[in-house]
Each structure stands twice: as structure tokens, then as C-alpha cells.
Design a protein around this ligand. Structure first.
Ligand SMILES: *Cc1c(COP(=O)(O)O)cnc(C)c1O
Length: 218
């Protein structure tokens, strides 16, 4: 599917949900894609990209950023504290703030660096043991903790369990965001971004539907 088709589908989903045109930001998830595919999407005008590993992003994006103006990078995968400084330097937004230790590290480094990406707190809405994220029951306290650290919390992010109806998870995330006065909702991927938009997504993270299957696993 082309970038243009995805944008058309996003616009239609916005309209059907009674959302303002442009209310939803498309993050093109370029992890493990061949560089020529990423370049083709840059040539089509896309500037907002998501990567799930700091190392991989640091290897590929500085060169693209020299050639293409206005690139905005989003970290959507787990962040180890020893990579946090590099992440602050490279990324415009981090969608995977998922534990107190990472929050305190980011707060300290943001002071030192004099800047901080906008942050999404990842919520483990399916309460899956293998998945990162704050449990729904702990989310309100963690939002407060991050705010207490003066971190720029923009919203919440989730990755629903693969075998469950995603809409229940999107609705839960929207509810937690609303009661915490957070406007950002990072939810929806290739298979379910229209559902996410219907339930209030402000940022959708779409990879394979734009770039094709990731033939080389991470
Ligand atoms: C890979 C990834 C995506 C994109 O997934 P697709 O199904 O290819 O659209 C979105 N969010 C996160 C956190 C990812 O790791």
C-alpha cells in the first residue's frame, strides 16, 4: 500500500469519527526497512518516522537528516536507561516511558542536556507479563510522578495484545488519558489504525502497511 493510500484512509477515518482534518499524526515506522524504501517515502514527502531501537536509528537517520529538511523522529520501542542520553539527543518524542527508573533518568538528563523530547507513557493495557508498560491500575500515580519530575508528558501509548479485540484496549487508554487530563493518544498500527482513530488516537504508528513486510526480523 502506498503512503498516499494510508493518508487517505486516515483522513476518511478522521471524518467518520467527527475529528478535525489533520487531528491525527502519521508516524511511518521505518524499523528494519531497507534504506531505499525509507528514502522513497522521504521523497514522497513524509517527515515523521518511528524507530524502535536507539542504535538502529542512530545508524541510519543522521545521514538522512542531512539530506532531508524537517525530519522528526519518534522512539516507539523500549528504552534502556544507558541509552537515554542518546535518545534525548536524537528523538523528538519518546513513546515508551514505562517505569519510574526511566522517568527519573530522563528527568536528570533533560536537566543536563537542557532539552527533553515530548513523552508518552506506555500502558500495558492487556496486563501481559512479557510486555513493557505501566499497569492500568498504576497509571494515574505514574503520570503524577512524571509530572512531579517536570517531564513533558504529552499522552499515553499502548500496544494491544495480538489476539484480542484492540478497541477495548484503545478505549481503556483513552479513559485513563482523559481522567489525567492528557491529550495525546499514541495507538493504532497497520492492522487497526482506523479503529484507533475512531477511539481518539492522535498518533498512529504504521509500518508494514506503508513499507511492506519486514523481511528481516529485528
Ligand atoms: C513495529 C511497530 C509498529 C508498526 O507495526 P506495523 O504493524 O508494521 O504497522 C507500531 N508500534 C510499535 C511499538 C512497533 O514496534
Amino acid at each position: 500500500m502506498s503512503l498516499q493510500e494510508i493518508k487517505t484512509r486516515i483522513a476518511k477515518a478522521e471524518q467518520e469519527a467527527g475529528r478535525a482534518p489533520g487531528a491525527v499524526t502519521l508516524i511511518a515506522v521505518s524499523k528494519v526497512q531497507p534504506l531505499e524504501r525509507v528514502e522513497a517515502v522521504l521523497d514522497e514527502g513524509q517527515r515523521i518516522f518511528g524507530e524502535n531501537r536507539v542504535q538502529e536509528a542512530a545508524g541510519k537517520w543522521p545521514a538522512f537528516m542531512e539530506r532531508f529538511e524537517g525530519v522528526e523522529l519518534h522512539l516507539i520501542g523500549p528504552l534502556q536507561t544507558n541509552k537515554a542520553r542518546q535518545a534525548i539527543e536524537l528523538f523528538d518524542m519518546i513513546h515508551s516511558v514505562d517505569r519510574p527508573k526511566l522517568a527519573t533518568t530522563l528527568a536528570r538528563l533533560a536537566q543536563e542536556e537542557g532539552k527533553c523530547p515530548e513523552l508518552f507513557i506506555q500502558v500495558n493495557t492487556g496486563e501481559e507479563p512479557q510486555k513493557a508498560g505501566i499497569l492500568p491500575a498504576d497509571a494515574d500515580a505514574f503520570v503524577a510522578e512524571c509530572r512531579g519530575l517536570d517531564l513533558p508528558v504529552k499522552g499515553l501509548m499502548c500496544i494491544p495484545p495480538v489476539d484480542e479485540e484492540p478497541s477495548l484496549h484503545f478505549a481503556l487508554l483513552a479513559k485513563i488519558a482523559e481522567r489525567n487530563g492528557l491529550s495525546g493518544l499514541s495507538m493504532g498500527m497497520s492492522s487497526d489504525f482506523e479503529t484507533a482513530i475512531a477511539l481518539g488516537a492522535t498518533h498512529v504508528r504504521v509500518g508494514s502497511a506503508i513499507f511492506g513486510d519486514r523481511s528481516h526480523p529485528v
